[in-house]
Design a protein around this ligand. Sequence first.
Ligand code: NAD
Ligand code: GLY
Length: 370
Amino acid sequence: MADRSSIGDKASSSIIVDLGDRSYPIYIGQGQLSMVDFGRYIKGKKALIVTNETIAPIYLDSVLSQIPDKTIDVVILPDGEQFKNLDTLNLIFTMLLEKQHDRTTTLIALGGGVIGDMTGFAAASYQRGVSFVQIPTTLLAQVDSSVGGKTGVNHMLGKNMLGAFHQPNAVVIDLNTLASLSDRQFSAGMAEVIKYGLIADYQFLQWLEANVEPLLNRDEDALTYAIKRSCLNKANIVSADETEQGIRAILNLGHTFGHAIETFQQYKGLLHGEAVAVGTIMAAELSVLTGHLSPLDVDRIKNILTAFGLPLKPSAKMTPNEFLSLIYRDKKVLDGTLRLVLLKTLGDAYVTDGFAIEWLQATLNKACEA
Ligand code: NAD
Ligand code: GLY
Protein backbone atom coordinates (compact mmCIF):
# COMPACT_ATOMS: atom_id res chain seq x y z
CA MET A 1 0.00 0.00 0.00
CA ALA A 2 1.26 3.48 -0.80
CA ASP A 3 1.92 5.75 2.16
CA ARG A 4 -0.84 8.28 2.96
CA SER A 5 1.54 10.43 5.02
CA SER A 6 3.35 11.60 1.87
CA ILE A 7 0.33 13.45 0.51
CA GLY A 8 0.71 16.44 2.80
CA ASP A 9 3.76 17.46 0.80
CA LYS A 10 2.69 19.78 -2.04
CA ALA A 11 6.06 19.52 -3.76
CA SER A 12 6.03 15.73 -4.09
CA SER A 13 3.57 15.53 -6.90
CA SER A 14 3.59 12.03 -8.21
CA ILE A 15 1.88 8.81 -7.22
CA ILE A 16 2.71 5.49 -8.85
CA VAL A 17 0.03 3.03 -9.87
CA ASP A 18 1.94 -0.16 -9.12
CA LEU A 19 1.26 -2.73 -11.81
CA GLY A 20 4.70 -4.30 -12.26
CA ASP A 21 6.18 -3.53 -15.67
CA ARG A 22 2.99 -1.61 -16.58
CA SER A 23 3.27 0.76 -13.60
CA TYR A 24 2.72 4.43 -14.37
CA PRO A 25 2.92 7.84 -12.71
CA ILE A 26 0.10 10.23 -11.81
CA TYR A 27 1.55 13.75 -11.82
CA ILE A 28 -0.49 16.15 -9.70
CA GLY A 29 -0.05 19.87 -9.29
CA GLN A 30 -0.62 23.34 -10.61
CA GLY A 31 0.80 24.11 -14.05
CA GLN A 32 1.55 20.46 -14.90
CA LEU A 33 0.43 21.01 -18.50
CA SER A 34 3.44 23.22 -19.11
CA MET A 35 5.82 21.16 -16.95
CA VAL A 36 5.48 17.57 -18.10
CA ASP A 37 7.57 16.37 -21.05
CA PHE A 38 4.80 14.58 -22.96
CA GLY A 39 7.30 13.52 -25.63
CA ARG A 40 8.71 11.04 -23.11
CA TYR A 41 5.48 9.07 -23.30
CA ILE A 42 5.25 9.12 -27.10
CA LYS A 43 7.48 6.32 -28.35
CA GLY A 44 6.87 6.78 -32.08
CA LYS A 45 6.92 9.88 -34.27
CA LYS A 46 3.18 10.52 -34.12
CA ALA A 47 0.42 11.05 -31.60
CA LEU A 48 -3.28 11.89 -31.74
CA ILE A 49 -4.86 14.25 -29.23
CA VAL A 50 -8.51 13.41 -28.58
CA THR A 51 -10.51 16.27 -27.09
CA ASN A 52 -13.86 17.99 -27.48
CA GLU A 53 -15.31 21.26 -28.74
CA THR A 54 -15.48 22.76 -25.20
CA ILE A 55 -11.97 21.90 -24.05
CA ALA A 56 -10.01 22.40 -27.28
CA PRO A 57 -10.29 26.22 -27.35
CA ILE A 58 -9.08 26.43 -23.72
CA TYR A 59 -6.30 23.83 -23.34
CA LEU A 60 -5.26 22.36 -26.70
CA ASP A 61 -2.56 24.95 -27.48
CA SER A 62 -0.85 24.42 -24.10
CA VAL A 63 -0.55 20.70 -24.73
CA LEU A 64 0.56 21.14 -28.35
CA SER A 65 3.31 23.54 -27.32
CA GLN A 66 4.70 20.89 -24.96
CA ILE A 67 5.24 18.37 -27.77
CA PRO A 68 7.31 20.26 -30.37
CA ASP A 69 9.25 17.31 -31.77
CA LYS A 70 6.42 14.98 -32.82
CA THR A 71 3.74 14.99 -35.50
CA ILE A 72 0.53 15.64 -33.61
CA ASP A 73 -2.93 15.18 -35.10
CA VAL A 74 -6.07 16.28 -33.31
CA VAL A 75 -9.65 15.00 -33.34
CA ILE A 76 -12.31 17.21 -31.76
CA LEU A 77 -15.40 15.29 -30.65
CA PRO A 78 -18.89 16.56 -29.80
CA ASP A 79 -19.29 17.26 -26.07
CA GLY A 80 -21.54 15.25 -23.79
CA GLU A 81 -22.28 11.90 -22.17
CA GLN A 82 -24.88 11.28 -24.90
CA PHE A 83 -22.00 11.15 -27.43
CA LYS A 84 -20.04 8.51 -25.50
CA ASN A 85 -20.94 5.78 -27.98
CA LEU A 86 -19.64 3.67 -30.85
CA ASP A 87 -20.48 6.30 -33.49
CA THR A 88 -18.28 8.90 -31.79
CA LEU A 89 -15.57 6.32 -31.11
CA ASN A 90 -15.48 5.69 -34.84
CA LEU A 91 -14.48 9.33 -35.44
CA ILE A 92 -11.25 8.58 -33.55
CA PHE A 93 -10.55 5.46 -35.64
CA THR A 94 -11.28 7.34 -38.87
CA MET A 95 -8.80 10.08 -37.96
CA LEU A 96 -6.14 7.51 -37.03
CA LEU A 97 -6.57 5.72 -40.35
CA GLU A 98 -6.79 8.86 -42.48
CA LYS A 99 -3.60 10.20 -40.91
CA GLN A 100 -1.90 6.80 -41.26
CA HIS A 101 -1.10 6.19 -37.61
CA ASP A 102 0.57 2.84 -37.03
CA ARG A 103 1.10 0.73 -33.93
CA THR A 104 3.77 3.11 -32.61
CA THR A 105 1.24 5.90 -32.19
CA THR A 106 0.12 7.33 -28.85
CA LEU A 107 -3.35 8.67 -28.08
CA ILE A 108 -3.63 11.61 -25.70
CA ALA A 109 -6.96 12.11 -23.91
CA LEU A 110 -7.49 15.79 -23.12
CA GLY A 111 -10.78 16.24 -21.27
CA GLY A 112 -13.17 14.81 -18.71
CA GLY A 113 -14.15 11.21 -18.10
CA VAL A 114 -16.10 10.92 -21.35
CA ILE A 115 -13.05 11.81 -23.45
CA GLY A 116 -10.76 9.70 -21.24
CA ASP A 117 -12.94 6.57 -21.41
CA MET A 118 -13.41 6.85 -25.19
CA THR A 119 -9.75 7.57 -25.91
CA GLY A 120 -8.68 4.68 -23.72
CA PHE A 121 -11.05 2.31 -25.52
CA ALA A 122 -9.81 3.52 -28.90
CA ALA A 123 -6.23 2.94 -27.70
CA ALA A 124 -7.15 -0.54 -26.44
CA SER A 125 -8.57 -1.58 -29.78
CA TYR A 126 -6.75 0.37 -32.54
CA GLN A 127 -4.51 -2.16 -34.28
CA ARG A 128 -5.07 -4.40 -31.22
CA GLY A 129 -3.67 -1.89 -28.77
CA VAL A 130 -1.55 1.28 -28.72
CA SER A 131 -0.28 3.53 -25.93
CA PHE A 132 -2.22 6.37 -24.38
CA VAL A 133 -1.80 9.22 -21.92
CA GLN A 134 -4.54 10.76 -19.77
CA ILE A 135 -4.79 14.54 -19.24
CA PRO A 136 -7.98 14.75 -17.14
CA THR A 137 -9.54 18.22 -16.93
CA THR A 138 -12.58 17.67 -14.67
CA LEU A 139 -12.40 16.96 -10.96
CA LEU A 140 -14.20 13.66 -11.55
CA ALA A 141 -11.69 12.55 -14.17
CA GLN A 142 -8.75 13.69 -12.02
CA VAL A 143 -9.82 11.71 -8.95
CA ASP A 144 -11.29 8.66 -10.63
CA SER A 145 -11.77 7.94 -14.32
CA SER A 146 -8.24 8.73 -15.58
CA VAL A 147 -6.68 6.26 -13.14
CA GLY A 148 -7.03 2.50 -13.33
CA GLY A 149 -7.50 1.65 -16.99
CA LYS A 150 -11.25 1.16 -17.25
CA THR A 151 -12.19 2.36 -20.73
CA GLY A 152 -15.33 2.15 -22.82
CA VAL A 153 -18.53 3.60 -24.22
CA ASN A 154 -22.23 3.49 -23.40
CA HIS A 155 -24.98 1.58 -25.20
CA MET A 156 -28.53 2.95 -25.24
CA LEU A 157 -29.49 -0.15 -23.22
CA GLY A 158 -26.73 0.12 -20.65
CA LYS A 159 -24.00 2.42 -19.33
CA ASN A 160 -20.34 1.54 -20.04
CA MET A 161 -21.41 -1.80 -21.46
CA LEU A 162 -18.70 -1.91 -24.15
CA GLY A 163 -15.12 -1.53 -23.07
CA ALA A 164 -11.75 -2.92 -22.10
CA PHE A 165 -9.15 -2.68 -19.38
CA HIS A 166 -6.23 -0.72 -20.84
CA GLN A 167 -3.85 1.22 -18.63
CA PRO A 168 -2.42 4.62 -19.64
CA ASN A 169 1.34 5.29 -19.69
CA ALA A 170 0.90 8.39 -17.52
CA VAL A 171 -1.79 10.58 -15.97
CA VAL A 172 -1.12 14.33 -15.90
CA ILE A 173 -3.35 16.30 -13.53
CA ASP A 174 -3.05 20.07 -13.80
CA LEU A 175 -5.13 21.68 -11.05
CA ASN A 176 -5.23 24.93 -13.04
CA THR A 177 -7.65 23.31 -15.49
CA LEU A 178 -10.29 23.25 -12.75
CA ALA A 179 -10.52 27.05 -12.86
CA SER A 180 -12.75 26.86 -15.95
CA LEU A 181 -14.98 24.07 -14.60
CA SER A 182 -18.58 24.98 -13.67
CA ASP A 183 -19.73 24.64 -10.06
CA ARG A 184 -22.15 21.88 -11.05
CA GLN A 185 -19.39 19.81 -12.68
CA PHE A 186 -17.11 20.47 -9.70
CA SER A 187 -19.79 19.12 -7.34
CA ALA A 188 -20.28 16.06 -9.54
CA GLY A 189 -16.58 15.31 -9.08
CA MET A 190 -16.94 15.65 -5.32
CA ALA A 191 -19.33 12.66 -5.34
CA GLU A 192 -16.42 10.40 -6.33
CA VAL A 193 -14.09 12.10 -3.82
CA ILE A 194 -16.58 11.44 -1.00
CA LYS A 195 -16.84 7.85 -2.24
CA TYR A 196 -13.24 7.11 -1.18
CA GLY A 197 -14.01 8.28 2.34
CA LEU A 198 -17.08 6.07 2.48
CA ILE A 199 -15.59 2.88 1.03
CA ALA A 200 -12.09 2.78 2.49
CA ASP A 201 -10.83 5.89 4.22
CA TYR A 202 -12.86 7.09 7.22
CA GLN A 203 -10.20 9.65 8.22
CA PHE A 204 -10.53 11.22 4.78
CA LEU A 205 -14.32 11.36 5.21
CA GLN A 206 -13.84 13.27 8.47
CA TRP A 207 -11.37 15.59 6.75
CA LEU A 208 -13.88 16.25 3.95
CA GLU A 209 -16.63 17.03 6.47
CA ALA A 210 -14.33 19.57 8.11
CA ASN A 211 -13.20 21.14 4.82
CA VAL A 212 -16.38 21.77 2.83
CA GLU A 213 -15.84 25.51 2.59
CA PRO A 214 -12.21 25.54 1.40
CA LEU A 215 -13.03 22.84 -1.13
CA LEU A 216 -16.07 24.69 -2.47
CA ASN A 217 -13.86 27.80 -2.73
CA ARG A 218 -11.37 25.63 -4.64
CA ASP A 219 -8.62 26.51 -2.19
CA GLU A 220 -5.36 25.25 -3.71
CA ASP A 221 -4.07 23.38 -0.66
CA ALA A 222 -7.40 21.72 0.10
CA LEU A 223 -7.90 20.68 -3.52
CA THR A 224 -4.39 19.33 -3.88
CA TYR A 225 -4.84 17.27 -0.74
CA ALA A 226 -8.25 15.92 -1.79
CA ILE A 227 -7.07 14.97 -5.28
CA LYS A 228 -3.88 13.30 -4.05
CA ARG A 229 -5.65 11.35 -1.35
CA SER A 230 -8.33 10.23 -3.81
CA CYS A 231 -5.73 9.13 -6.36
CA LEU A 232 -3.78 7.32 -3.66
CA ASN A 233 -6.89 5.41 -2.60
CA LYS A 234 -7.69 4.54 -6.20
CA ALA A 235 -4.09 3.56 -7.03
CA ASN A 236 -3.96 1.23 -4.02
CA ILE A 237 -7.19 -0.53 -4.94
CA VAL A 238 -6.30 -0.83 -8.64
CA SER A 239 -2.82 -2.15 -7.80
CA ALA A 240 -4.41 -4.82 -5.62
CA ASP A 241 -7.07 -5.88 -8.17
CA GLU A 242 -6.53 -4.46 -11.66
CA THR A 243 -9.33 -6.32 -13.44
CA GLU A 244 -11.95 -6.29 -10.68
CA GLN A 245 -11.88 -9.90 -9.58
CA GLY A 246 -12.67 -8.77 -6.02
CA ILE A 247 -11.87 -5.62 -3.99
CA ARG A 248 -11.93 -3.20 -6.95
CA ALA A 249 -15.72 -3.57 -7.14
CA ILE A 250 -16.08 -1.41 -4.02
CA LEU A 251 -15.12 1.58 -6.21
CA ASN A 252 -18.61 1.17 -7.63
CA LEU A 253 -20.46 2.24 -4.47
CA GLY A 254 -23.74 3.77 -5.66
CA HIS A 255 -22.90 3.07 -9.30
CA THR A 256 -25.37 0.22 -9.95
CA PHE A 257 -28.25 2.54 -8.99
CA GLY A 258 -26.58 5.57 -10.58
CA HIS A 259 -25.95 3.85 -13.91
CA ALA A 260 -29.61 2.76 -14.00
CA ILE A 261 -30.68 6.40 -13.60
CA GLU A 262 -28.26 7.56 -16.32
CA THR A 263 -29.45 4.87 -18.75
CA PHE A 264 -33.11 5.65 -17.97
CA GLN A 265 -32.41 9.31 -18.73
CA GLN A 266 -30.59 8.31 -21.95
CA TYR A 267 -27.44 10.07 -20.68
CA LYS A 268 -29.04 13.52 -20.79
CA GLY A 269 -30.35 14.06 -17.24
CA LEU A 270 -28.30 13.91 -14.07
CA LEU A 271 -24.53 14.11 -14.51
CA HIS A 272 -22.62 10.91 -13.77
CA GLY A 273 -21.39 12.19 -10.38
CA GLU A 274 -24.90 13.36 -9.47
CA ALA A 275 -26.36 9.95 -10.32
CA VAL A 276 -23.63 8.33 -8.20
CA ALA A 277 -24.62 10.59 -5.28
CA VAL A 278 -28.25 9.43 -5.53
CA GLY A 279 -27.08 5.82 -5.83
CA THR A 280 -24.85 6.23 -2.79
CA ILE A 281 -27.84 7.22 -0.66
CA MET A 282 -29.75 4.21 -1.96
CA ALA A 283 -26.83 1.88 -1.13
CA ALA A 284 -26.61 3.47 2.34
CA GLU A 285 -30.34 3.00 2.95
CA LEU A 286 -30.12 -0.64 1.91
CA SER A 287 -27.10 -0.99 4.23
CA VAL A 288 -29.33 0.12 7.12
CA LEU A 289 -31.83 -2.63 6.21
CA THR A 290 -29.02 -5.22 6.29
CA GLY A 291 -28.36 -4.17 9.90
CA HIS A 292 -24.95 -2.63 9.28
CA LEU A 293 -25.33 1.14 8.99
CA SER A 294 -27.38 3.29 11.37
CA PRO A 295 -29.92 5.92 10.23
CA LEU A 296 -27.57 8.50 11.75
CA ASP A 297 -24.80 7.33 9.39
CA VAL A 298 -27.19 7.84 6.45
CA ASP A 299 -27.95 11.36 7.69
CA ARG A 300 -24.23 12.03 7.80
CA ILE A 301 -23.84 10.90 4.18
CA LYS A 302 -26.85 13.00 3.14
CA ASN A 303 -25.35 16.01 4.90
CA ILE A 304 -22.00 15.83 3.17
CA LEU A 305 -23.51 15.21 -0.28
CA THR A 306 -25.92 18.12 0.24
CA ALA A 307 -23.10 20.35 1.48
CA PHE A 308 -21.37 19.80 -1.85
CA GLY A 309 -24.54 20.61 -3.80
CA LEU A 310 -25.34 17.04 -4.82
CA PRO A 311 -28.86 15.62 -5.30
CA LEU A 312 -30.29 12.83 -3.13
CA LYS A 313 -33.10 11.65 -5.45
CA PRO A 314 -33.34 10.88 -9.18
CA SER A 315 -34.74 13.92 -10.99
CA ALA A 316 -36.70 11.94 -13.62
CA LYS A 317 -39.87 10.05 -12.76
CA MET A 318 -38.81 6.40 -12.62
CA THR A 319 -40.92 3.53 -11.34
CA PRO A 320 -39.38 0.94 -9.02
CA ASN A 321 -39.88 -1.69 -11.74
CA GLU A 322 -38.05 0.39 -14.34
CA PHE A 323 -35.24 0.78 -11.82
CA LEU A 324 -35.16 -2.94 -11.06
CA SER A 325 -34.93 -4.06 -14.67
CA LEU A 326 -32.10 -1.61 -15.35
CA ILE A 327 -30.03 -2.58 -12.31
CA TYR A 328 -30.15 -6.21 -13.42
CA ARG A 329 -28.08 -5.16 -16.46
CA ASP A 330 -25.20 -4.10 -14.19
CA LYS A 331 -21.79 -5.68 -14.72
CA LYS A 332 -21.82 -6.96 -11.14
CA VAL A 333 -24.76 -9.25 -11.98
CA LEU A 334 -23.22 -12.73 -12.30
CA ASP A 335 -25.26 -15.69 -13.54
CA GLY A 336 -28.43 -13.68 -12.88
CA THR A 337 -27.51 -12.85 -9.27
CA LEU A 338 -27.45 -9.18 -8.41
CA ARG A 339 -24.49 -8.14 -6.25
CA LEU A 340 -24.29 -4.67 -4.77
CA VAL A 341 -21.65 -2.60 -3.02
CA LEU A 342 -22.95 -1.86 0.48
CA LEU A 343 -21.42 -0.33 3.60
CA LYS A 344 -20.54 -2.27 6.74
CA THR A 345 -19.72 1.00 8.41
CA LEU A 346 -18.57 4.44 7.27
CA GLY A 347 -15.18 3.80 5.66
CA ASP A 348 -15.73 0.10 4.97
CA ALA A 349 -17.54 -1.20 1.88
CA TYR A 350 -18.12 -4.77 0.68
CA VAL A 351 -19.75 -6.53 -2.24
CA THR A 352 -22.68 -8.77 -1.42
CA ASP A 353 -25.73 -10.58 -2.70
CA GLY A 354 -26.85 -11.02 0.92
CA PHE A 355 -29.92 -8.78 0.98
CA ALA A 356 -33.59 -9.69 0.82
CA ILE A 357 -35.44 -8.67 -2.34
CA GLU A 358 -38.02 -6.90 -0.11
CA TRP A 359 -35.23 -4.67 1.24
CA LEU A 360 -34.13 -3.80 -2.29
CA GLN A 361 -37.77 -3.18 -3.25
CA ALA A 362 -38.21 -0.88 -0.22
CA THR A 363 -35.06 1.05 -1.23
CA LEU A 364 -36.31 1.48 -4.80
CA ASN A 365 -39.78 2.51 -3.61
CA LYS A 366 -38.30 5.19 -1.36
CA ALA A 367 -36.05 6.55 -4.13
CA CYS A 368 -38.99 6.75 -6.52
CA GLU A 369 -41.30 8.55 -4.07
CA ALA A 370 -42.14 12.09 -5.19
P1 NAD B 1 -17.45 14.87 -18.93
O1 NAD B 1 -16.27 14.23 -19.50
O2 NAD B 1 -18.71 14.85 -19.72
O3 NAD B 1 -17.06 16.36 -18.56
C1 NAD B 1 -18.04 17.18 -18.00
C2 NAD B 1 -18.22 18.50 -18.79
O4 NAD B 1 -17.16 19.39 -18.42
C3 NAD B 1 -18.15 18.35 -20.29
O5 NAD B 1 -19.05 19.26 -20.87
C4 NAD B 1 -16.72 18.78 -20.61
O6 NAD B 1 -16.55 19.25 -21.91
C5 NAD B 1 -16.52 19.88 -19.61
N1 NAD B 1 -15.13 20.12 -19.23
C6 NAD B 1 -14.15 19.23 -19.06
N2 NAD B 1 -13.07 19.82 -18.55
C7 NAD B 1 -13.37 21.12 -18.43
C8 NAD B 1 -12.65 22.24 -17.94
N3 NAD B 1 -11.43 22.12 -17.44
N4 NAD B 1 -13.25 23.43 -17.98
C9 NAD B 1 -14.52 23.56 -18.45
N5 NAD B 1 -15.27 22.54 -18.88
C10 NAD B 1 -14.68 21.33 -18.87
O7 NAD B 1 -17.82 14.23 -17.50
P2 NAD B 1 -16.92 13.72 -16.29
O8 NAD B 1 -17.72 13.97 -15.10
O9 NAD B 1 -15.54 14.25 -16.37
O10 NAD B 1 -16.81 12.15 -16.55
C11 NAD B 1 -17.95 11.33 -16.50
C12 NAD B 1 -17.64 10.07 -17.27
O11 NAD B 1 -16.58 9.37 -16.64
C13 NAD B 1 -18.81 9.11 -17.35
O12 NAD B 1 -18.97 8.67 -18.67
C14 NAD B 1 -18.38 7.97 -16.45
O13 NAD B 1 -18.91 6.73 -16.86
C15 NAD B 1 -16.90 8.00 -16.59
N6 NAD B 1 -16.18 7.40 -15.47
C16 NAD B 1 -15.26 6.47 -15.73
C17 NAD B 1 -14.52 5.90 -14.72
C18 NAD B 1 -13.43 4.93 -15.04
O14 NAD B 1 -12.91 4.31 -14.12
N7 NAD B 1 -13.04 4.80 -16.30
C19 NAD B 1 -14.74 6.31 -13.40
C20 NAD B 1 -15.70 7.28 -13.15
C21 NAD B 1 -16.42 7.82 -14.20
N1 GLY C 1 -14.67 3.75 -11.27
C1 GLY C 1 -14.64 2.38 -10.91
C2 GLY C 1 -13.34 1.72 -11.18
O1 GLY C 1 -12.42 2.32 -11.68
O2 GLY C 1 -13.20 0.55 -10.90
